[in-house]
Design a binder for this molecule. Structure first.
Ligand code: NAP
Length: 309
């Protein structure tokens, strides 16, 4: 079955990943765009989601590619109009607003899909299966990238609700909460806020699993040169290392998987399957960890950050 889809917010991720992935997915046909600034040749384009929903009664689903702040109101409008909704990560600016969306979607009988694209990286499920068979000793996450390269001019990311360095960091936490055989919670956090920003540029988290396995994470947006998206799991039986955000897997030092990026194709296939099954998929564990880090975090002020160095 093919569902008609409206896409909201024609920014970086919409252009780089959503448009080509929708094109490659049989389950969806892109039928409309809602964008304040842009359009696509050959498609109706509306200023905002309200205009799009009103003008396109046959649109079955919407995909929200906007910043987390403000996405709640867009999702509410779509759910109230009886459309299925796919949310970019993080699913919202707060945990409780997404819980409200889940209740609303269930009451309206529509699918709500909170995506975690990093969980769709090629090695994640293999690592998850492997860790079920091993005794874990320690997990160490290093997620370090150059914000000037990946998020130039994105003001929303530094505002309250924009998450700062947790915007990439939550990708690591989405993988962590998928591969760990048991729940994890933070015990302390250290958050570095630039003097002129509302969101952190660096963070260190100390977490622990239910049975006491220590999990530490370092997120840093000031890394130039080679970028780091690694999760190292030390076990009694040897080391398991996820690299490049989960695209590569090393087991006991040997490379086991290195695969191309089909994360967003998998997300759209899953969205279509959820609609057909009449189900929702909303796992708030990664967002809850971030919220807890903000609750527990020691705040440290660092030098002001400017887009141009
Ligand atoms: P972006 O480049 O800033 O694009 C967001 C788009 O949302 C804007 O171009 C704008 O589109 C629309 N928008 C609506 N209200 C807005 C507002 N108040 N401020 C700014 N834009 C607004 O951001 P992005 O990188 O695509 O990220 C969007 C979401 O995708 C975020 O939740 C992010 O975490 C997630 N994501 C991003 C990446 C990445 O590498 N960039 C990767 C995975 C996930 P119009 O001008 O068309 O209205």
């Amino acid at each position: 079955m093919t569902f008609t889809l409206g896409l909201v917010g024609l920014g970086t991720i919409a252009r780089n990943q959503h448009l080509p992935s929708i094109e490659a997915t049989e389950g969806f046909r892109l039928a409309a765009i809602a964008s304040r600034n842009a359009g696509l040749d050959g498609l109706p384009c509306y200023h905002d989601i309200a205009d799009m929903l009103a003008a396109e009664p046959d649109l079955a689903a919407v995909s929200l590619c906007t910043p987390p702040q403000g996405r709640f109101q867009q999702a509410v409008q779509a759910i109230c109009a009886g459309r299925h909704v796919m949310l970019e990560k993080p699913p919202g600016a707060s945990v409780s607003e997404v819980e409200t969306l889940v209740r609303m979607a269930r009451a309206a009988g529509v699918t709500l899909f909170a995506t975690w694209h990093s969980r769709e990286a090629a090695a994640v499920e293999v690592a998850r299966d492997l860790l079920q068979t091993r005794s874990l000793r320690r997990v160490s996450i290093a997620w370090k990238e150059d914000v000037r390269h990946w998020h130039p001019g994105q003001e929303w990311i530094w505002q309250p609700g924009g998450l700062g360095v947790f915007d990439p960091g939550i990708n690591a936490l989405s993988v962590l909460t998928r591969i760990m055989p048991e729940p994890v919670h933070p015990v302390s956090a250290r958050l570095e806020f630039p003097a002129n920003k509302q969101a952190p540029i660096g963070a260190e988290l100390a977490m622990v699993s239910a049975s006491g396995v220590p999990v530490d994470a370092v997120f840093d947006w000031r890394q130039t040169g080679p970028q780091t998206w690694d999760i190292l799991i030390e076990t009694d039986e040897g080391e398991v290392l996820l690299r490049e955000g989960g695209a590569r897997l090393f087991i006991d030092g040997q490379e086991n998987i290195s695969a191309p990026d089909y994360e967003y194709r998998r997300l759209y296939n899953r969205f279509a399957a959820l609609i057909e099954a009449g189900e929702c998929d909303v796992d708030l564990a990664p967002l809850q960890l971030v919220a807890d880090a903000f609750l527990l975090g020691e705040r440290v002020e660092t030098e002001a950050f400017h887009d141009a160095p």
